[in-house]
Design a binder for this molecule. Sequence first.
Ligand code: PMP
Length: 396
Amino acid sequence: MVASAPHFGQGDGMNPVYARMGTTIFEAMSARARATGAINLGQGFPEAQGPADILDAAAKALVERSNQYPPMTGLPDLRQAVADHYAATQGLDLSPDEVIVTSGATEALAAALLALVSPGDEVILFQPLYDAYLPLVERAGGVPRLVRLSPPDWRITAGMLEAVWSPRTRLLLLNSPLNPAASIAGPAELAAIARFCVERDVTAICDEVWEELVFDGAAHRPLIAGPGMRDRTVKIGSAGKMFALTGWKVGWMCAAPGLARGLAKAHQFLTFTTPPNLQWGAAYGLSKGRAWFDAERAGFQRSRDRLAAGLRAAGYVTLPSAATYFLSIDLTASGIALDDVTFCDRIVDEAGVAAIPVSAFYAGDPVTNLVRLCFAKSDATIDAAIERLASFRSAL
Ligand code: PMP
């Protein structure tokens, strides 16, 4: 008899990449909020039901249109709508053939990494990082090379990129606007990244799910528009974020034909398609025009300002929030001598408010003095959370 070594390290058959990872902090905090009845400002989802006409469009499509497999790369209506939207809002010249619809941005990230990473390839990632990046890169056989960003400006420099570059560097994964930092990569950073990618022959995967949630009149600048980047960038978007319908999990990835062919193959063997009625709903949403997006953005900005003002009045110092659904409390600047994990543990139990410790977005050497709160909530929910956090603050 041949004694076979266990295939995977952890005994229960789980691949070590996953065995090392816990349940995501978002899922864990939402579960605690549900169990305790805490106000959930942890996981990033809007409290509102979502735009009624977009929901109607999807509901109507469910009943009246096809529910069979749509084309693998997405419904033509949605691919065209995505290309038109980016032409109108970001000045891009994408053809619908360069748009592949996916089951959320998460599937687009998975497909892009599976398509573009070969075992041993190095992938530059920026911390803080969205939780899916690391397991996806590692499961694809990639070697993560982490760049650590820090508050308050979270700036990326050419020197940081060169410090992690090696001849095996093949990809860079950029998230801008950046969750949880709520910052936007500026023109100088984008120029430095583009120069680096071109000089070092690196392909960029750009997670731009927060592109429509930028505040104070800022414009979203896609890296794909940078010099030399048109053929070496995968641009990823999410209807869930754009339309405040996070459960929809409708996303897309856009890339020049040379890259798109590989992306489509990876997508083909992951989910193959995405529910057609939700694709029609997203296509309808994209046709709503600038005024609708402006109003949506203004609503979130008002909620951001309401939460920031309330926290300030309660004695908390917050970091600027230029984008996303998030705002962070700076514990150190607030004079609170607790780390982020302890603070989040205590407020969920003692104040009845769930939040996310920013250290959860670091694989190592974390920033430990920031706590992320989601402001995509009703005024009443924001006010109730502020009141609870104010009482907690004064009892410290
Ligand atoms: N990337 C980032 C940076 C995100 O914040 C999120 C959602 N929180 C996603 C990807 C996932 O998007 P989707 O729900 O469309 O899969």
